[in-house]
Unconditional design. Sequence first.
Length: 397
Amino acid sequence: MLSFTMEEYQDRLRKTKQRMEASGIEVLLLTDPANMNYLTGYDGWSFYVHQLVVVIIDEAQPLWIGRSQDANGAKQTAWLHHDHIISYPEEYVQSLSKHPMDFVAQFLTEIGQGNRVVGVEMDQYYFTASCYQHLKQHLPLGHLKDATNLVNWVRLIKSDQEIEYMRRAARIVERSMQAGMDAIQVGVRECDVAATIYQTQISGTEEYGGDYPAIVPLLPSGIKTSSPHLTWTDGTYKQGETVILEIAGCYKRYHSPLARTLVVGQPDPHISELSKIVIEGLNETLEATKPGMTCGEVEAVWRKSIARHGLDKESRLGYAMGLNYPPDWGEHTASLRKGDTTVLQENMTFHVIPGMWFDHFGVEISESIRLTKSGCETLAEFPRELVCKQPDIHTAS
């Protein structure tokens, strides 16, 4: 069931240990499910309970530690030897008297790792304050050190196989975006459009199916387009309403996000003008983007473009993305924003999302890109335009 060769997993592990050594970390505890997957292949919907991958700098194989009923899933999806898959008893699950990190600390002590420098992902969704407290209490001879995003930075440059998975995700998002747009009509419920998008995301193509994306379809409409992260309701679409669709295709946990803006009928002049500015700025930015530039320099191209029209965008222009689990498909590393000095390299991948939001309306038209040897390419092929959709007479009646 492995998605990559053993050589690729070993290369990822080698690069991780190099970063550990540079940071003075001897034992690394990874609770980010994407990082767990990246180094071992483990793939399961078990991140609602505490689990982790342990990388010991002078040991050849990592360890997976998780709930006992998930151990077989680790044996089926991870490349680890079965004696490196460690499970804690059910009595530790969501208990007020026992915590899984008590088990982890005891285990590390038993194998002679309890007095070393232990890296933990402090600012990570699935590592809680309680996790930190229990580790600190039960590893009195160890030293806990922040290792947030250590593996995330290893993930920044994709392999050719990762790029292939993201291209497949792009084929899925093309279909899903078109399915969503086709379903939007006056009188149609927002939730039914979301269901259509979901069905297409999971069905994928004739050649391969899709995975669940890390983010649900974002489908604000009307005045709600002034906020980018609203989903859907059971309300119906109205004549003249603007709809933003931000979705992704996902294949083997690799994403290709895409955003477009649609108007049912004729657009308000403000929407029409703003979309032209956004598209112009996006086109100029993509044409300029190439390896050797910094993330901040890419954002400056966009900022200069929209400044010609008297506009400014406070939020970042984009972010590194790829492999992930809920609640985010971003990698939490490089951002296309002022001051980010990360230098672009071939096979980095970004979601470039020049969304503009005002008090009563907004426009999003985005692309997922891969850095090439001399520039960048978009992963999806979908018309880069404001979609003006005439109401279906039969549906409207």
